[in-house]
Design a protein around this ligand. Sequence first.
Ligand SMILES: [Zn+2]
Ligand SMILES: [Zn+2]
Length: 352
Amino acid sequence: MESNGRPSTAQIILLATSSAVTAVLYSVYQKKAATVNSLKEAKKISIDQDLRSILSKAPGKCVPYAVIEGVVRSVKETLNSQFVDNTKGVIERLTLREKKMVWNRTTHLWNDRETIIHQRTNTVPFDLCSHDDSVTVSVRVVRPLEASELNLETTYETFHPTMQSLSNMISHFISGERPKGIRETEEMLRLGECVTGVGELVLENNLVKLQPPKQGLRYFLSRQDYASLLGKQESGARFWRLLAGLCGLAACVTLYYILWRQWTLRRKRRQERSALEEFKEEQRRRMRELEMDESAVPAGACSVCLSAQRTCVFLECGHVCTCEPCYLALPLPKKCPICRALIDRVVPLYNS
Ligand SMILES: [Zn+2]
Ligand SMILES: [Zn+2]
């Protein structure tokens, strides 16, 4: 706080930043909460013989946002795992991640870091089918890679460590990056896996399709069931609400502090002004008592006895207004006659 009572630049920056961050966090929370609400409101449809008739009766042969659970089955071809025998699936993702240690100049520690250096995802068309084999209806999953929460199963994982020679170890210490090796993983969505899909369900050419929904709704494919998927989204929304709340609290505390400082400063100034007024009134009363004229008071005269020279500096306020006998005669606790501040120390003033 500057002495003129205006908030300092740092305080204004803090207030503006915390307000802006709160607004951003809150908008993220609102988006998450909207996702949770639309997930709750999504129509739960089971894969059974009635599915086609439900869709053909629906407007546009479409349910804009539906939840279905089913078993993964390939349409024609399947993908085989490149590492594990007898493992077949419909989505296969190969990832190469480089693991290295990076020197942090601030904390002076080596931190592990992993970066994806290569990723390839293969897919083949697949359906979600009923657990009951007698049900012939199935749902074709369209553009599955656009779905969120598609946590594939890791079918293979290996680590290829980097060979270290003395010369490149030294160069790593100089550069601040030490490679550890390459981690290779294969993840798959396997046949027979239970999947929950949330998206737009349409009937097109007698084929039921699950596809990315419109109107900004989120497309989900998950190996979790509907309740777990919803629970995960809810806890995510709660987390963002908590973050927004904490940041909002910081903004409120900053604002409160700025207002409180301004209010106390104003109150102090008012008190100083009224003390000065009282002091002047007291001085006029003394002059009337002594039957003196204002012009008759010598310059630098003690403001209490109006005759002796001022010889005391009051600290911390710094006022020079009385002679020593008048200072000694002040009632306890001793206060400056001009501003009413408590007198901490007195320094004698020598006029040469
Ligand atoms: Zn005096
Ligand atoms: Zn004073």
